[in-house]
Each structure stands twice: as C-alpha cells, then as structure tokens.
Design a protein. Structure first.
Length: 173
C-alpha cells in the first residue's frame, strides 16, 4: 500500500499536487479540507486560527480514512493536508508505518501571492503568518520546491514515490 500526505501551508498547492499525483498513478485523491467540520471552516474564513482542540478530532477522522483505505485496497492514496506540526503528523500516521509525507516548500511571498489571487476558498489569506509560525518542517519527507511549474514539480516528485507495481495475473514467460 502507498499512502502519501501532501503537506504544507495554505496556498502552497497541496490539493493540485495531490490530485495530479493520484491521476498520474491511478490512485485516489482526498482533500483534508473536505473533512473539516463547519465550525472549523467558519473560524478559518473569519481569519481565526484553529486551536489544537479544533484539530484533534479532524486529524483522527483523517487517520481513520487513511486506515480504511489501507485495509481496502493497494491503490495509492494522496491526501492533501497541512500537517504543519510534527505532533499532527504523528497523529495522522498512527498505525500507518508506511505513510510518507510530501512537503511542498515555498517562500512566504510566493504563497501570499497565490492566496491573494484565490477565490471561493474558506481559508483567509490573513492566516498565512500563523501558518508559517506553526510550521515545523518535516525531517523525513519528500521535499518539493513550489517555485517550479506544476508539470516540473510532478516530474521531480514521481520518481521519489515508492509505488508498488500492480500485480500481474498473466503467467511469466
């Protein structure tokens, strides 16, 4: 099983990268934002940072979704999730020793520009500073620089994935 969390601050491209990696590998894409309760989304839209008490139930729901996928199929899964702190990553990875993180790294200026040009997203650009203040860069992750164009970024990430080839049912020659 191949489980990946595409992580980083809001606006770094987690959803786009995770979705495209899933498409390119025949895997499944999930967006962690879809699992936030309405109260969390309302806080973020209002520019109020989430507390750990807001996050713990959400992280547990994401971990359960990852475990359910791992039990059901060997297809790769790419979950877009900020996972900013090590303790959050540990909670997400509970009982999932093969889970890997793909960290989308970028400058504050690049990400601020992206956030300010986005529409129809509940995350307020005013929270970017709190995101960077919370961020603990992962030590054992695939690191991808978001300054590369998306196609280049994908081509740099794909060879680093430890994907299992699909099982063949045809006899070997």
């Amino acid at each position: 099983m191949s489980l990946y969390i595409v992580m980083g601050v809001s606006g770094c491209g987690k959803s786009s990268v995770a979705r495209l990696l899933a498409e390119r590998t025949g895997g499944l894409y999930l967006d962690g934002d879809d699992f936030h309760p309405a109260a969390n989304k309302a806080k973020m839209h209002a520019g109020i940072p989430l507390t750990d008490d807001d996050r713990w139930p959400w992280l547990d729901i994401l971990n359960a979704a990852l475990r359910a996928h791992a039990a059901a199929t060997t297809a790769p899964l790419f979950l877009a999730c900020s996972a900013l702190r090590q303790v959050y990553r540990e909670r997400l990875a509970a009982d999932l020793p093969s889970l890997r993180f793909i960290y989308l790294h970028g400058s504050r200026e690049t990400i601020r520009t992206r956030l300010e040009s986005r529409s129809n997203h509940f995350m307020s650009p005013t929270l970017l500073d709190s995101q960077f203040a919370t961020l603990e860069e992962p030590k054992n992750a695939i690191v991808a620089e978001i300054s590369d164009p998306l196609p280049v970024l994908l081509e740099k990430i794909l060879p680093k994935l430890e994907l299992q080839p699909p099982h063949s049912t045809s006899p070997s020659a």
